[in-house]
Design a binder for this molecule. Structure first.
Ligand code: FE2
Length: 293
C-alpha cells in the first residue's frame, strides 16, 4: 500500500484525533457525487414512509427504517422539514438531511469515490491497514433548516473491540461557520467512550437503546475548534474524538460525504445497529478482497 501521509501529518492525527487534508478530492469527483446525491433524492418517493434523522435518542427508538438503511440508500428528512400541517415547508430537494448508509456498495458513483487507493493508503498510514468500508452518509445540511448534530463520538454508533472506527469526512461544498462546519476537540480522542448505541432486540422491530459506559460529560461546543474547510477537503476523525456541527441558518447548503471504516480484525458485535445482510458483505477499502476473474 503506497504511503500518502507525511510523518508530520501522521503525528498530527495521533496527537489531535483528527487531520485536515485540503484538496484531497478533485472538484470533478465532488461535483459527480453531488449530482448523484441530488438524483437519488429526486427519485426518492417520500409519500410512503417518512424518516426524520435526529441525534435525539427518543426519536430514534423503534425506528425500523433507520435500521433497514444499513443495507440501503435511504433518504432521511430534516427535523424542521415539515410544517404544523404535515406538509413540506420547502421543496423536497431542500428538505433531506442525509442519504444513508450503504451507497458505497450500492451505487457506482459513490463506490468509485470511496474505494480508492489514495484513501486506502491514508487509512493504512494511520494504522488501519485492513480497513473495511462500513457506512456511508451523504449529508446535505440544508439552507435555513440544516439540523445540529450534537456532540458525539462515532464509536458510540459503530462499536468494535478494540475501538477501530475511523471517519473519513469529505467537504463536497465549502464548510464555514455560517453553514454549519464541523467542530472538534483537539486531543479529545484520548478519553473514554461515553455510551454505546445498540439494538434493543434481535430484529429491526425491536428498536434501539443507549448503554451508558462513563457519565463524564462530552466537551461543550465552547471547548471545540471550528474546522472551516473548502470543498474537496478530507477530514479524518478518530472514533473517540468528540465532534459536533451547528444548525445551518444560512442561505447556503453544506454538502458533505462521510465514510466510516473499521478494522477487519476487530470484533464487530451483533448488538451494533448497523448489520449487513449476507448478500451485501463488507468490503476491504483497498479491494484486496476482490475475486480475480
Ligand atoms: Fe460523527
Amino acid at each position: 500500500m503506497p504511503s500518502v501521509l507525511s510523518d508530520t501529518q501522521i503525528e498530527s492525527y495521533h496527537r489531535d484525533g483528527f487531520l485536515v487534508l485540503p484538496d484531497f478530492a478533485s472538484a470533478n469527483a465532488c461535483a459527480g457525487l453531488r449530482q448523484r446525491a441530488v438524483a437519488i433524492v429526486d427519485a426518492f418517493q417520500p409519500s410512503d414512509r417518512r424518516s426524520v434523522f435526529t441525534t435525539n435518542e427518543q426519536d430514534r427508538i423503534s425506528n425500523g427504517e433507520f435500521l433497514d438503511s444499513a443495507t440501503g440508500m435511504w433518504c432521511f428528512f430534516e427535523e424542521e422539514a415539515f410544517g404544523a400541517d404535515g406538509q413540506l415547508r420547502q421543496d423536497k430537494s431542500l428538505s433531506i438531511n442525509k442519504i444513508g448508509h450503504a451507497m458505497h456498495d450500492l451505487d457506482p458513483v459513490f463506490e468509485s469515490f470511496s474505494y480508492t487507493s489514495e484513501l486506502a493508503g491514508v487509512a493504512a498510514d494511520i494504522g488501519l491497514t485492513d480497513a473495511l468500508a462500513l457506512q456511508s452518509m451523504y449529508i446535505f445540511k440544508q439552507p435555513h433548516i440544516g439540523g445540529e448534530v450534537g456532540c458525539h463520538q462515532d464509536a458510540t454508533f459503530l462499536y468494535t473491540e478494540p475501538m477501530t472506527v475511523t471517519g473519513f469526512w469529505f467537504a463536497i461544498e465549502d464548510a464555514t461557520l455560517e453553514n454549519g462546519c464541523l467542530w472538534a476537540a483537539p486531543g479529545g480522542h484520548r478519553t473514554t467512550l461515553r455510551k454505546i448505541f445498540k439494538r434493543a432486540g434481535s430484529d429491526n422491530e425491536g428498536g434501539t437503546m443507549f448503554d451508558e459506559l462513563d457519565p463524564a460529560p462530552l466537551p461543550s461546543p465552547s471547548d471545540l475548534v471550528p474546522l472551516q474547510v473548502s470543498a474537496g477537503t478530507m477530514v479524518i476523525l478518530h472514533g473517540l474524538l468528540p465532534h459536533w456541527s451547528d444548525v445551518n441558518r444560512s442561505a447556503k447548503s453544506r454538502h458533505a460525504f462521510s465514510l466510516h471504516c473499521i478494522s477487519a480484525g476487530a470484533d464487530y458485535p451483533a448488538s451494533n445497529w448497523l448489520q449487513r445482510s449476507p448478500e451485501l458483505p463488507l468490503r476491504r477499502l483497498d479491494r484486496s478482497d476482490r475475486v480475480s476473474a
